[in-house]
Design a protein around this ligand. Structure first.
Ligand code: HEC
Length: 266
């Protein structure tokens, strides 16, 4: 046999064994995984996503959430069970948790917390909307980017706030994605125009505190903090459909709530 043929056959063997071992075999092993029907429960786990949730998965993909968030809770035997100890999930994830995910968004980066079970630990839509609109409104140290372009800031019609409007104070809503502070001139003008009204609101909100004078700088600072936390009177922030879909997707991420036999770790 000549050398060229030997090299050729060697290459074929090397690549085909890798292909068999890394592609074909896992495909055979995992391709037929079905939802798990636990004896006591009426519905199998996992369930196919609703149209809203599936659309939210696309928004998650399009906005690069994957670059900072994984969706895989690691084994108890990895790093002393650090993922479970942090509260990221109740058990490790296994392949069956992902059978309806297309594509599977496992992720490798963990700049932010793992989200495989975010719907288990926080199922509040309003929290997620406010956090996505501006993560600093929840933790001022957060380095997560603002996704305020998934929301619309609009004038309130006929004094009727929309039921889906975010309840954040003006500090977060005047400049979407940023944190608003008035300049000292603006603040002086606001106090001159609305100071008395603000004093009344403050007295109602803090009935047990002595009400300072409008000219006292320390009290002016307290009023400023109070005013920044109040929602704007004329404008509101409402989620666009993509934001609603994304939040539905996040709340549907419950990849550790159902015990699976193969996820059991002694
Ligand atoms: C640049 C990195 C980065 C990107 C991109 C990013 N995040 Fe985050 N995320 C973080 C960090 C850091 C935190 C922790 C601080 C906080 O709660 O804001 C976080 C926290 C979260 C939390 C709260 C998790 C918990 O355990 O409380 C959710 C939910 C979340 N992100 C969703 C998203 C979604 C959805 C997207 C895409 C639209 C996204 N993130 C994009 C960095 C990122």
């Amino acid at each position: 046999m000549n050398r060229g043929l030997m090299i050729f056959l060697g290459c074929v063997l090397t690549f085909s064994s890798a292909w068999l071992g890394l592609v074909v075999l896992p495909y055979w092993q995992l391709n037929n995984e079905a939802p798990y029907q636990s004896p006591g429960s009426a519905t199998a786990y996992p369930q196919p996503p609703s149209a809203e949730v599936a659309a939210g998965g696309k928004v998650y993909q399009a906005n690069g959430c994957l670059y900072c968030h994984s969706q895989q809770v690691r084994s108890q035997h990895f790093a002393n069970g650090a993922d479970i100890a942090r509260g990221w999930g109740q058990r490790r994830n296994v392949s069956r948790d992902y059978i309806y995910d297309r594509p599977i968004l496992l992720g490798t980066m963990r700049t932010g917390p793992d989200l495989a079970a975010i719907g288990e630990r926080n199922a509040s839509p309003s929290w997620h909307h406010e956090h996505l609109f501006n993560p600093r409104s929840k933790s001022d140290w957060s380095i997560m980017p603002s996704f305020s372009y998934l929301y619309e800031r609009r004038k309130i019609e006929n004094g009727q706030r929309s039921p889906t409007a975010l309840t954040l104070g003006r500090e977060w809503t005047v400049l979407p994605g940023k944190r608003y502070r008035p300049t000292s001139e603006q603040w002086t003008a606001t106090l001159a125009a609305d100071g008395e009204k603000l004093q009344q609101l403050y007295a109602v909100a803090r009935p047990n505190q002595p009400l300072g004078s409008l000219t006292d700088p320390a009290h002016q600072d307290r009023l400023l903090t109070f005013w920044l936390a109040l929602p704007e009177e004329e404008y509101e922030i409402v989620p666009k459909p993509a934001a609603d879909q994304l939040v539905a997707y996040l709340i549907d991420l419950r990849k550790t709530s159902t015990p699976l036999p193969e996820a059991h770790e002694p």
